[in-house]
Ligand binder design. Structure first.
Ligand SMILES: C[S@@+](CC[C@H](N)C(=O)[O-])C[C@H]1O[C@@H](n2cnc3c(N)ncnc32)[C@H](O)[C@@H]1O
Length: 271
């Protein structure tokens, strides 16, 4: 692996520290007890980093998101780790009846609501639901949505890296919340299949995780989803009857030897 790919993360860390230092210090000054609540502090840091980098992260991925999210989302859409609500901008009002944003960082909620309103989803008519629980709280999500088995589409963009107990969480979401025929769509950075890259992902994860609200670089989230026994068989062509991609595939043009190695996935739950 190239040294620039191994140690480039230090530049990312430096930018993140620069972006979040002022507001984080102010938050500690206003509430010194934050120093004893590292998880809360990490949320403040991540919020301020995402204010600076969230839009860029979204804009660079627009074509991929259109072909994954816009083309396949319908009915009730559960957005895991909604952040500032970037996903709602890719949902078509003609096909999507309810946008459900799962976002434990409540600092993000005002942004989610503003973005969703602009996209035509509103809490007033019930087409927008914002929940502060985690993706792992499937019971809370189910009861807020009026029952289990009520979700048509689950979307996860750069979130499975942060959820606790990801294998069980993904399974619960698919088994308990997703309807038969519903789809699980994801775009995630995952554990590399290359040994040297996965070693460095493992090496950097403790530092990165501490600064970025639990974000792990070394999770095989794509495998966790793919290995579930609830999916319709994937055709050999990797495309469904409409010619749309299904299964797991890579980000076109992305370097393989990268600490943030992304995989894109689309799975359909068996009826
Ligand atoms: C990298 S951001 C991605 C945000 C958004 N999906 C996007 O693409 O802009 C990851 C998000 O996951 C949220 N998150 C962290 N732990 C979570 C959990 N247990 N369940 C759901 N979301 C979580 C974070 O608060 C953060 O907003």
């Amino acid at each position: 692996m190239k040294l620039s790919n191994i140690f480039g993360i230090l530049t990312d860390l430096r930018f993140a520290i620069i972006a979040s230092a002022k507001p984080t210090i102010k938050a500690i000054r206003d509430s010194p007890s934050l120093l004893f609540h590292l998880q809360e502090l990490s949320k403040i840091i991540f919020y301020n980093v995402w204010i600076v980098y969230g839009r860029e992260a979204d804009e660079n991925r627009q074509p991929m998101k259109e072909s994954l999210i816009t083309a396949n989302s319908k009915g009730t859409v559960l957005d895991l780790g909604a952040g500032f609500g970037a996903t709602v901008r890719y949902l078509s009002k003609d096909k999507v009846t309810r946008y459900v944003a799962i976002e434990p960082n409540v600092m993000m909620h005002k942004h989610i609501k503003d973005t969703a309103e602009k996209a035509g989803f509103s809490e007033v008519d019930g087409s927008l639901v914002v929940l502060s629980c985690g993706a792992e709280d499937y019971k809370v999500i189910g009861s807020a949505l009026g029952g289990l088995g009520t979700v048509d589409t689950i979307v996860s963009v750069l979130t499975l890296c942060s959820v606790p107990n990801p294998e069980q969480t993904i399974k619960d979401l698919v088994v308990k919340l997703l309807k038969p025929g519903g789809e699980f769509l994801f775009y995630e950075h995952v554990q590399s299949k290359k040994k040297d890259v996965s070693f460095w992902q493992w090496f950097w994860t403790p530092i990165w995780k501490t600064c970025f609200d639990g974000c792990a670089l070394n999770r095989p989230s794509d495998e966790y989803v793919r290995n579930l026994p609830y999916w319709e068989p994937i055709p050999e062509s990797g495309r469904d009857s409409e010619g749309k991609q299904v299964g797991v595939w890579g980000n076109p043009g992305e370097e393989e030897e990268h600490l943030w190695w992304h995989q894109i996935g689309r799975f359909i739950k068996s009826s």
